[in-house]
Ligand binder design. Structure first.
Ligand code: PGA
Ligand code: ZN
Length: 416
């Protein structure tokens, strides 16, 4: 039973308003959740409620979402007995009444859902990851995917691809994977400054150098990995990309540096990258509307590369099921706020597991200090988490949570 709910407008890591929710249990204990927010959002994501008042935070305020929480949602939930998290989530979905959570606000609903998961964990006296573990899943520490070079919507540089990640697939433990990530990050900083590039950071803590082509960044990453003394490749440190291609797709073409590419040109470009560099995973390699392109991409590169749908799938169980049926990718990015409840997120992950699709749990570019996603990744045993660079407090908080989970009792590390 939830005895009380209190929401406030706080800041996210970009200095934009977001929602923080505190639930009070009947015994007086409290649980809290901070809500993340994306910049390169998929068009079919659950809809955040923003105030639109130009006199406050350029219209980005969330006082309406906060008012819904402190009013209607509090009235809906307090004093009622809920047997499980699914019942709480269902009550909010029904009360909202839209397909996108636009009326109450997905940013309001997801905060309660995350906090309610913590409440059930507390009542069951379980760590959050243990409470979230679905039947049929084996918890494991995920491979951290450190986003070390930022472009696209996450940085003011001219680089079109949004994210260049290093993934210590071959590390012996999570703690060693974090160490590898931090050491390569430091080596990369040295290389960039030796070459005269600025070492300022993008939204997710990666460097944001003025480099034109993705291939030049890949070469730098390979060099930084060997500078730091690690083996490059799937038995050591591999590379993962999130071009976030919806953002450079215009009028039927992909615009990369000075080039204008068709879907098939773009696929060939990725093929050449996979041949030449240890790129093991590509997320949103094509735009969210380019399903035919995705199907050809999966035919051509799927046998040797993980192809992750983010904007394409938006953690929506219905869209994930469609993509599985059409073989439009072979993995899903998982963001709780894209769909708006923990229950629906777990459902999307279950569909993937049952279809043999991989899953990568993910932060948003606008984050808080909340570490929910670290527990979610461990719980589901999906083996992959991306939550930015090994720098900036809101990113490091998640990696540090993984270190603490590992230290509390040894669990397997790595891909399942
Ligand atoms: P976003 O970016 O949080 O700005 O949407 C993250 C991603 O594209 O994976
Ligand atoms: Zn993405």
């Amino acid at each position: 039973t939830i005895a009380g709910l209190k929401a406030v407008e706080v800041l996210d890591s970009r200095g934009r308003p977001t929602v923080a929710v505190t639930l009070r249990l009947a015994d007086g204990r409290t649980v809290r959740a901070g809500v993340p927010s994306g910049a390169s959002t998929g068009s079919r994501e659950a809809v955040e409620l923003r105030d639109g008042d130009p006199h406050r935070y350029s219209g980005q305020g969330v006082l309406k979402a906060v008012a819904n929480l402190n009013g209607e949602i509090q009235d809906l939930l307090t004093g009622r007995h809920f047997t499980d998290l699914a019942a709480v989530d269902r009550a909010m979905i029904e009360a909202d009444g839209t397909n996108t959570k636009a009326r109450l606000g997905a940013n309001a609903v997801v905060g309660v859902s995350m906090a309610a998961a913590r409440a059930f964990a507390l009542l069951a006296d379980l760590p959050l990851w243990r409470f979230l573990t679905p039947a049929g899943a084996t918890p494991r520490l995920p491979v951290p995917h450190f986003n070390v070079v930022n472009g696209g919507m996450h940085a003011p540089n001219r680089l079109d691809f949004q994210e260049f990640m290093i993934a210590p697939l071959g590390a012996p433990s999570l703690a060693e994977a974090v160490r590898a990530g931090a050491e390569v990050y430091a080596a990369l900083r040295r290389r960039l400054s030796d070459k005269g590039f600025a070492t300022g950071l993008g939204d997710e803590g990666g460097f944001a150098p003025e480099i034109d082509t993705p291939e030049d960044v890949l070469s730098l990453l390979v060099d930084a990995v060997s500078d730091a003394g690690y083996r490059i490749g799937q038995d050591g440190i591999a590379i993962a990309l999130d071009p976030a291609a919806s953002e450079f797709y215009r009028e039927g073409h992909y615009h990369v540096a000075a080039e204008k590419l068709t879907s098939d040109d773009m696929i060939s470009r990725y093929e050449a990258m996979v041949d030449r560099y240890p790129v093991w995973s590509i997320e949103d390699g094509l735009a969210e509307g380019d399903w035919d392109g995705w199907i050809r991409l999966t035919e051509r590169l799927g046998p040797r590369t993980q192809l992750v749908g983010d904007d394409l799938l938006v953690t929506n169980p219905g869209i994930v099921a469609e993509a599985i049926g059409r073989r439009a990718a072979n993995a899903a990015l998982i963001k709780v706020n894209q769909i708006g409840t923990v229950t629906e997120t777990l459902e999307a992950m279950r569909l993937c597991r049952e279809a043999g699709w991989a899953q990568m749990v993910s932060h948003r570019s606008g984050e808080t200090e909340d570490t929910f996603i670290a527990d979610l990744a461990v719980a589901t045993g999906c083996g992959q988490l991306k939550t930015g660079a090994p720098a900036r407090g809101e990113r490091v908080a998640k990696y540090n949570r993984l270190i603490e989970i590992e230290a509390a009792g040894s669990r397997p590390y790595g891909l399942p």
